[in-house]
Design a protein around this ligand. Structure first.
Ligand code: RTP
Length: 155
């Protein structure tokens, strides 16, 4: 009940093309579900180049930018919206460090990935970016506001 007084956040989580190709969709999705966050949006999606460029616009000047855009558009991604108190920072912890070799065992990247350029999942880095990215990747009718029927043991 204390937690419910704090601000509920939204985060955009995306299983990147390597996660889909490697059959890791269920594994990755279940980590957020088991943690106790609420799923608000979910779709398999082939990302157009323009959207990938908009999503990663802050990295435009980086030398790896063209490779990053090729990677993200190389096959379908799984787009997810997750909601909860503290979900943005918590999801980043569940995901682990950007370079999977530095990611702790127990994190998604620590358990499932090796290369920075193939790090299987994305998570928004701030509540503001969470809102921005959900707006970018989902159309209005694709998101669901719903209430869990059971007692809210996890919130
Ligand atoms: P993400 O946005 O995907 O959750 O990743 P992040 O915040 O942990 O990392 P960021 O620095 O924002 O980089 C975004 C994605 O770009 C790719 N990357 N490649 N040196 C490289 O080749 C390099 N550095 C970053 C990764 O896929 C990283 O997740």
């Amino acid at each position: 009940l204390v937690a419910s007084m704090e601000e509920v956040e939204q985060t955009y989580i995306m299983i990147k093309p390597d996660g889909v190709q490697r059959g890791l969709v269920g594994e990755i999705l279940s980590r957020f579900e088991k943690k106790g966050f609420k799923l608000t949006g979910l779709k398999l999606f082939q990302c157009p180049k323009e959207l990938a460029e908009e999503h990663y616009k802050d990295l435009q000047s980086k030398p790896f930018f063209p490779k990053l855009i090729d990677y993200i558009t190389s096959g379908p991604v799984v787009c997810m919206g997750w909601e909860g108190v503290g979900v943005v920072a918590s999801a980043r912890k569940l995901i682990g460090a950007t370079n999977p070799l530095n990611a702790e065992p127990g994190t998604i990247r620590g358990d499932l990935a090796v290369q920075t350029g193939r790090n299987v999942v994305h998570g928004s880095d701030s509540p503001d970016n969470g809102k921005r990215e959900i707006g970018l990747w989902f159309k209005e009718g694709e998101l669901c506001a719903w209430t869990a029927v059971q007692e809210p043991w996890l919130v």
